[in-house]
Design a binder for this molecule. Structure first.
Ligand code: GLN
Length: 493
């Protein structure tokens, strides 16, 4: 029999139902793989006891013929989703001792559908970062390394632990969250699929907030079918989140028809940024050729305000972060530093509890929201944001989906960009515009760089049209036939 941890989520689902193996066996295989993968530092909390209990319950259900959609499938959960009775840290010192008394809606939906929790995975602190290097719990290693090199590569961020665990086959799939690219960019860096649905599709209830008008949950998986299956469970209206949309959730797996005849694919010229490596440009062209060969038509489109997306994002996101993170004051959650007076306690707690990047964002956010600067920065950014959304709307009058690279480079080396925050922020150049406009975006692994590292292509769709995004991604995936796997160097030790 093939190795259980090599099965996709769809194959494992079908294998469990056909009783080829049990949920307990599948979970055991993943728990072993998770423990063996400790050198990658992907997990903040391992929950093998909970996993065993959930798997046993799944086996009982399967025996009775009552399997639910994700019955017995072992998932890694980004440590930004509150899990009742299980520590939830957001990879921050300030939440290090925090154990929620409630469950996020997205994880509740996954457990409702029978999934098994393996543990909570590492991320950039409060999801602020593009390399998983801002975590209080230390950086995550990408399972992929440059050919012939023994040096660590970053897995991307902020959902770095999620991406590494799926890519390294020590979780069958994972949850991620995406504020400006945190699902799509790590998916690209680790050679897996990641979809950020339309803003409002997944409830934000119980997800530690970073920038509330941008944050969205989504699945990170081995392939597009797995993404469709998992997204189905994660989505849905939730009265506990006022921005959750009350719309029926389509059958996403059914959307994978393999047929894109007549589909109009837009190529935004503005995404041809200076200094983009030739091989990424070539891959982008190849992606367009593959979609054309499958029956789509290719059209250049204009998104003139693209160059303002990053500066706009880096005003809006810090502004919302400074407001959201005001709640960590040592009184209600997590860490508390004792002091002689209240102000001393606030200062001590926040000064010690937040890392450098989070403090930088709180400072920027507080500045752009302060009297005298609010109109010049925050209000202006909101206006530009509306115009960026309009750019996309205009483009979608002529095309059905947009094709772009996911990131301007392959996974970089650890420490390469930490000294220069701006160069780190530039990583989000292709993912941030769709985030500002609230649109669905997926990253599909499409090839290897000259150094043997995975590269992703991004598809962006109309609001609430995840079906077209998934259908196109599925065709792209078949055509690209990306089968490469990272060497499991951590098993050799
Ligand atoms: N890298 C971006 C940032 O640092 C996006 C992070 C995210 O999507 N959570 O803000």
């Amino acid at each position: 029999m093939t190795n259980l941890t090599d099965l996709t989520l769809a194959a494992a689902r079908d294998g469990l139902r056909a009783k080829k193996f049990s949920a307990a066996e599948l979970t055991r295989a993943y728990v072993d793989a998770m423990l063996a993968a400790r050198p990658l530092n992907a997990f903040i909390s391992e929950t093998p006891v909970i996993a065993k209990r959930m798997a046993d319950e799944s086996d009982a259900r399967i025996a009775k013929g009552e399997a639910r959609p994700l019955e017995g499938l072992p998932l890694a959960i980004k440590d930004l989703f509150c899990t009742k009775g299980v520590r939830t840290t957001a990879a921050s010192h300030i939440l290090e001792p925090f154990t929620p008394t409630y469950e996020s809606t997205v994880t509740s939906n996954l457990w409702r559908d029978g999934a098994v929790m393996l543990g909570k995975v590492n991320l950039d602190e409060f999801a602020m970062g593009s390399s998983n290097e801002t975590s209080y719990f230390g950086p995550v290693e990408n399972p992929w390394r440059k050919q012939g090199e023994n040096k660590s590569r970053v897995p991307g961020g902020s959902s770095g632990g999620s991406a590494a665990s799926v890519s390294g086959h020590f979780a069958i799939a994972a949850t991620g969250t995406d504020t400006g690219g945190s699902i799509r960019q790590p998916a690209a860096f680790c050679g897996i699929v990641g979809i950020k649905p339309t803003y409002g599709r997944c409830s934000r209830f119980g997800i530690v907030a970073f920038a509330s008008s941008l944050d969205q949950a989504g699945p990170m998986t081995r392939d597009v079918r797995d993404a469709a299956i998992m997204l189905q469970s994660m989505c849905g209206f939730d009265a506990k989140d006022s921005t959750s949309v009350d719309m029926p959730v389509p059958d996403f797996e059914k959307a994978l028809t393999g047929n894109i005849k007549g589909l109009r694919v837009g190529i935004p010229e503005e995404y041809r940024v200076d200094g983009m490596p030739k091989e990424i440009e070539a891959l982008w062209q190849k992606g367009a050729d593959m979609l054309r060969a499958a029956g789509a038509t290719i059209h250049p489109v204009k998104l003139p305000l693209t160059k303002y997306a990053l500066p706009t994002y880096y005003i809006v996101a810090p502004a919302e972060c400074s407001s959201n993170l005001a709640r960590y004051d040592g009184v209600r959650f997590g860490l508390r530093k004792k002091a002689d007076d209240l102000v001393g306690m606030y200062e001590g707690t926040r000064g010690e509890g937040f890392g450098r990047e989070v403090r930088r964002r709180i400072l920027i956010g507080t500045y752009v929201l302060s009297a005298g600067y609010y109109d010049a920065y925050y209000l202006k950014a909101q206006r530009v944001r509306a115009l960026i959304a309009k750019d996309f709307n205009d483009a979608f009058q002529h095309v059905d989906v947009l094709l772009t690279p996911t990131a301007p480079s392959a996974a970089f080396a650890r420490g390469e960009k930490t000294a220069d925050p701006i160069s780190m922020y530039l990583n989000d150049v292709f993912t941030v515009p769709a985030s500002l406009a609230g649109l669905p975006g997926i990253s599909v692994p499409a090839g290897l760089s000259g150094e043997g590292l995975p590269l992703g292509l991004q598809l962006i769709g109309r609001a609430y049209d995840e079906e077209t995004v998934l259908r196109t991604a599925h065709v792209l995936e078949q055509a690209a036939a990306f089968k490469a796997q990272p060497e499991k160097w951590w098993n050799a030790a």
